[in-house]
Design a protein around this ligand. Structure first.
Ligand code: SAH
Length: 238
């Protein structure tokens, strides 16, 4: 079994790249900026694809995530894609900083396209998640939530309206782009998201994000070790 993580920021991936001692496969995606780390964990092949950098900073957002996911699936043909990273969440839903969630759905919240239902529906996305997500969350005791993706870190009132109308809970900048590509290429996708900030706390998002980033990424590493152990167990019982 081959699992492929798609991760936006080095800070999000580094703790578990180091934990598994997996090595960079240099220039694998050249001339694209995406980076591949690969290794074995028992019978499992573990790939971690990072979006890469431009102008000295990590490529976050949907365009980079689309490119990385498409390249990863076409070149590596994984059995499962895992989009792991940080997100904003809501106090109103009982979320806390550094809490890790498994995604039970995924949508876009900043593609406002008036017109008929077909365009509106396509703009929202609502792509399928891996059918084993619920059992994994239940077995490991993770909460579940719907990932909601947009191109900005802040949240405008019109974003919040769409999030509330469609049950969005875990606000990020890549999830739905990864899900879009997975839906086209029929590759199952699991979301593992750690909370850096609470969108309804009244705090300034970037400050809260920066303050909590390393704590949330440490929690993400611990969660991903449990996810990987669970998936390893699934292969050995199959
Ligand atoms: N300039 C920042 C980059 C972080 S942007 C830096 O210097 O570190 C936010 C990243 O974290 C994105 O990849 C996004 O997926 C995630 N994220 C965390 N909280 C978010 C929120 N409230 N809204 C949107 N994305 C969020």
């Amino acid at each position: 079994m081959r699992i492929c993580y798609v991760v936006a920021m080095v800070a999000e991936a580094k703790p578990f790249i180091e934990r598994y001692g997996i090595e960079e496969v240099k220039d694998f995606f050249a001339p694209l900026p995406c980076m591949l780390y690969e290794g074995k964990v028992g019978d499992l092949t573990l790939d971690v694809v990072l979006n890469g950098q431009q102008q000295g900073s990590d490529l976050i957002g949907c365009e980079a995530a689309t490119m990385a996911t498409l390249s990863a699936i076409q070149r590596l043909n994984p059995d499962l894609v895992i989009n792991s990273g940080t997100c904003g969440a809501f106090c109103a839903n009982g979320a806390e900083i550094a809490e890790v969630y498994i995604g039970n759905g995924v949508m876009f919240h900043d593609r406002r396209v008036p017109g008929d239902n077909a365009w509106g529906t396509q703009s929202l996305g609502n792509y399928p998640v891996w059918e084993g997500s619920r059992q994994l969350a239940k077995t490991l005791g993770f909460k579940m939530g719907k990932v909601t993706t947009g191109s900005s870190l802040d949240m405008q009132p019109c974003d919040l309206d769409i999030i509330q109308q469609n049950g969005g809970e875990l606000k990020d900048m890549e999830g739905a782009a990864v899900g879009f590509v997975c839906s086209l290429l029929k590759t199952p996708i699991l979301y593992v998201k750690s909370v850096t900030d609470l969108c309804d706390s009244g705090a300034e998002t970037f400050e809260e994000f920066s303050k909590n980033l390393s704590r949330a990424c440490e929690a993400l590493k611990v969660a991903n070790e449990r996810v990987i152990d669970y998936l390893k167990g699934q292969i050995s019982t199959n």
